[in-house]
Structures are given as C-alpha cells and as structure tokens.
Ligand binder design. Structure first.
Ligand SMILES: Nc1ncnc2c1ncn2[C@@H]1O[C@H](COP(=O)(O)OP(=O)(O)OP(=O)(O)O)[C@@H](O)[C@H]1O
Ligand SMILES: [Mg+2]
Length: 318
C-alpha cells in the first residue's frame, strides 16, 4: 500500500512548517535539525554531541514547541537516582500513589547522560527502550511519541561514565553540533534577545508526528536498496581498523532513517543518496576502532567515508 496524494501533501506541509518555525530561532544547523527530525519521524533516539553553548537545548526546545510536544530536560550528574528520573511513590492520604518523573514527556532532553551513574543510566535507557516504566510491579506507559535527545560530554572529561556499546546501539542517530561560522555567529549575537524568547509557533501536533511516523512506514524501499544497506553494514565489520562493526540493529535503523529522510525530501521511495546521507549519522557512534587506528588519529567518520567509497550503490532500476 503506497502513500496517497493527500498524505503526501499533508506530510510535506507539516514538515515544511516545522522546519520554518525552527529556522526562525536556530541560525544555520539545517543539516543537524533535519537529522533530528528524520530520527523523530523514524521513531528513533538521538545523541547530540557538542561543547557547551552551541544551542543543543535551544534546538530541542524549538522542535518540541513547533510540534506542541511536552518537553522535559534531565540534567544528569553522578548523584541522580533512578527514581529522580522515572518517578517515585509518594504517600497521599492513606495510600501510595506513583508520581511520574521527568522521563514522562514526548521529548526528553537527557543532558550529559554519560555523567549519570551506571545504575541510573541503565534504568533510564531500559525505560527508553521499552517505552514504559515498571515500578513495584506496576507498569506505566511513556507518552507517544517518545523521543530521547541525549547530550554527551567528550569522553576525555573527568567523572564520565561512558555508555556501554549495547546502550549506544539503541540510539538511532548521533550528530555533532560544531561552532557556527563567523557570519552565523554574528546573526546569533544580533538575534540573541529574539532567540531567547523562543518565538516558535506550534504549527503541528503530537498527532501530526505520529501520522508522519505512519506515513514513513509506507515509503517504498527497493530490494537493491536493502542490499546496499546490508553491504555497508557488513563492510564496517570487515574493515581492518575496526574492532567492532555495525550490528543488524544498526542496519534496521539505517533503513528506517533513510525512509524518514526520503519523506522529508518529498519522495515516496528511498534512493541510494538517502542511505549515503544517513549512514554516517546512524553508524558513527556504534563502530569501535582498534587502538592502533585511534592512536593514528582516525575517527569512525573516516572509516565510514572509506566504506561509502568502496561499497557500490545499486544502479537505478536494476
Ligand atoms: N546556531 C544557533 N542559533 C541560535 N542560537 C544559538 C546558536 N548557537 C548558540 N546559540 C545561542 O547560545 C545560547 C546557548 O544555547 P543553549 O543553551 O541551547 O546551548 P547548549 O548547547 O544547550 O549549552 P549547554 O551545553 O551549556 O547546555 C542560546 O541563547 C542560543 O540562542
Ligand atoms: Mg543545554
């Protein structure tokens, strides 16, 4: 079953108006915003890397506001407990009632997730994965849509508990927010008072995002595109500089993210360029390099560039 003309035009109208609202506040960063939006449409969670003050919070808040989604921010530190995040029972009247924690929001900005202690990290990531919180044998569903945007400190910093590979694999994409260029930085300063007011209109709704998620599932993917994705994934495992390549789950995420990107680009089918565009975003945080490669200054992005050069995309219509 394909996408109807009505669905296609509704989807493109929602996507265009959300991107327009976000661009009123965020200077530049179109690519990063697009990847976050694609991940949200694909129902995936995002890692955002970046030094302080590069608009990580502002981007997350703007997107949430444009979709009129509930938003919460959790600042992780080593002393944050699972109950601070998930919620806790409080005694009211003559009985215990569950008071929901900040994880119960459509968009959860998990700031500095690698500063949380391992117990809190795993409780949070488990709830994120399952879409629910179970406490005292009772289960509470997280809202839908539910998207985690997790920021991370550079690993060189002290007091960091790096996320285990298995946890990183649960994030669909990772992006890096770099410093703006000079002209952009001038705009940020000139527009700072305006930006701080966050003048983002709620042009869409949670229902709209759920609808985009459903439509994305109907984006057509040719068998040879699936083959291309699998070839990329397998090539990361064979690379001489890699000690842990991408998992089958990574392949599934790359497929979903590519479909969402196709929808954003106004197509009802995936092309090899969608896959190429999303591959570094989906795979960079999951690949582990050998010590020797790391020492020589290679990054996982270098490896992916090499992989994408070697693996041949399918020819159209073959
Ligand atoms: N590209 C940008 N567009 C608009 N505003 C920006 C941009 N980069 C930085 N800023 C401004 O910088 C300020 C800090 O942004 P924000 O709080 O979102 O950063 P952050 O990355 O979340 O920082 P931290 O790591 O300290 O939480 C905001 O007032 C924001 O307006
Ligand atoms: Mg912030």
């Amino acid at each position: 079953m394909g996408i109807t003309a009505g669905e296609a035009s509704k989807a493109s109208q929602i996507i265009r108006s959300v991107l327009r609202e976000v661009s009123k506040v965020i200077v530049g960063k179109e690519e990063e915003v697009k990847v976050i939006l694609a991940s949200m449409i694909a129902g995936g969670h995002v890692i955002i890397e970046g030094v302080p003050g590069v608009a990580k919070t502002t981007i997350a808040k703007s997107i949430a506001a444009a979709f009129r989604l509930s938003f919460s921010r959790i600042q992780f530190t080593p002393d944050v407990l699972p109950s601070d995040v998930l919620g806790t029972h409080v005694y009211v009247g003559d009985k215990f009632v569950f008071r929901k924690g900040p994880i119960f929001a459509n968009i959860v900005l998990a700031d500095e997730i690698n500063r949380a202690n391992p117990r809190t990290q795993s409780a949070f990531l488990e709830a994120m994965q399952e879409g629910q919180v179970t406490i005292w044998g009772e289960t509470f569903k997280l809202p839908k849509p539910f998207i985690v945007l997790a920021t991370m400190n550079p690993v060189e910093l002290e007091g960091v508990y790096p996320l285990p590979e298995a946890q990183l694999d649960r994030f669909m994409t990772s992006i890096r927010l770099d410093y703006p260029d000079r002209d952009e930085e001038i705009s940020v300063l000139e527009r700072s008072d305006f930006i701080e007011e966050l003048p983002v209109n709620p042009v869409a709704s949670a229902e709209d995002l759920l609808m985009l998620q459903k439509i994305a599932l109907k984006i057509h993917v040719e068998k040879n595109i699936i083959g291309y994705i699998v070839d990329i994934i397998r090539a990361t495992r064979r690379d001489d500089d890699v000690s842990l390549g991408a998992s089958p789950r990574a392949g599934v995420h790359l497929l979903k993210a590519s479909r969402a990107l196709a929808l954003i680009e106004g197509r009802n089918y995936v092309i090899p360029d969608d896959v190429k565009y999303m591959a570094p975003k989906v795979l960079a945080h999951r690949i582990i390099l050998k010590k020797k490669a790391l020492a020589s200054g290679l990054t996982t992005l270098d490896i992916l560039e090499r992989v994408l050069k070697t693996v041949k995309p399918p020819m159209p219509g073959v």
